[in-house]
Design a protein. Sequence first.
Length: 197
Amino acid sequence: MNSNKKIIVGITGGIASGKSVVADFFINKGIPVINADKIGHEILCDESIKNRIISCFGDSILKDGDIDRKKLGKIVFQDKHKLHELNAIVHPPLINEILNRIDDNPDPMLVIDAALLLQWNMDEICDHVILIITSEKIRIERLMKHTNLSYEEAQNRIQAQQEFSYEEADFIIKNNNSIEELNAQVEFVWEQITNKA
């Protein structure tokens, strides 16, 4: 549990589950969102981290001198050992940056949008954890539509993530139907959080 006076809300769920849509709801309410994916992209541009990744995976992952996330993804999402190696390089500075942004932000409420929130034990600093659940079929369709991945590549990315524990979430949102139904569920969660604040 978060010990300072900020209310911290964690949003988590598998890839293509709809976390960003839920995060946008909070942004529209004026609540700052710390997006783990965006920080991860920034970290790949850090020279020391970039060099560690190149020494681990070779320069075939480069495009115009920068790490090509699609090429890197093809390697790590087919091999759990390589994914573990990448995570060991990227996750510690990423978690550290999230914690720094929480400390540096004066707002009374903050949201962390992170697929690996529970695996990183960041639920321990959250007052509320929202878990978004979506069927694998819908997630594969979304990934193929928005990222140009093949069915197999999309399935590999989904299956590379650990299963989520419902017990660790304070709120569970099912995102298998319309955007209107999703928004209604998020509105209910928002009311619960603000009533407790």
